[in-house]
Ligand binder design. Sequence first.
Ligand code: ADE
Length: 225
Amino acid sequence: MRIDIITVLPELLKSPFEASILKRAIDKGLVEVHLHQLRDYTSNKYKQVDDYQFGGGAGMVLMIEPIEKCINGLKAERQYDEVIYMTPDGETFNQRIANELSLKGNIIILCGHYKGVDQRVRDLFITKEISIGDYVLSGGELAAAVVSDAIIRLLPGVLNDETSALTDTFQDNLLAPPVYTRPADYNGYKVPEILTTGNFPKIEKWREEQALKRTKERRPDLLDQ
Ligand code: ADE
């Protein structure tokens, strides 16, 4: 898989891919992540990528020209399955969308900034608009990092234990059950006894019950889906 991220702030997106699981996925060649500075695609000498909005109103808008140049330049090199725009008015991101995107070959992610992008960019180039929640970030960069992380960890071979993504919270619309590690008794606070018995069928049943209980208590809406 290849993820191309278009942004005016590539420096904001460097570190998430330089540590832990995402770094390992890149080092193993399971994913390529390329950051593109939008200013490199301007034709004006001030490298201006934004302008005032028509009709008046506060806030700048990213212009179509550099975005078109960048996207079309990438598309001339390879096929892309999705061109995603990060925006608070997009579809709310969830595990289902992460699963779907993890099956794609190459994707472009465009990060919005200021008041957003010229609507014609969205009409002409964008195939999917994603929000990571009902709050407004300063730009789409951190949202793009969130989406990339959720996708990359699902790629085959990225997680050490291949089954561990299958037991994540939200897979099967269930929250994950509680987990414990040593010591079995911490100042009298004990690990549930079942987990120390070695009876794996029973442990599995307990985990399923706990997952259901937790989902009922915290996110009953998931059970309706
Ligand atoms: N850009 C600004 N806020 C955002 C959000 N909540 N989700 C995605 N992109 C954004």
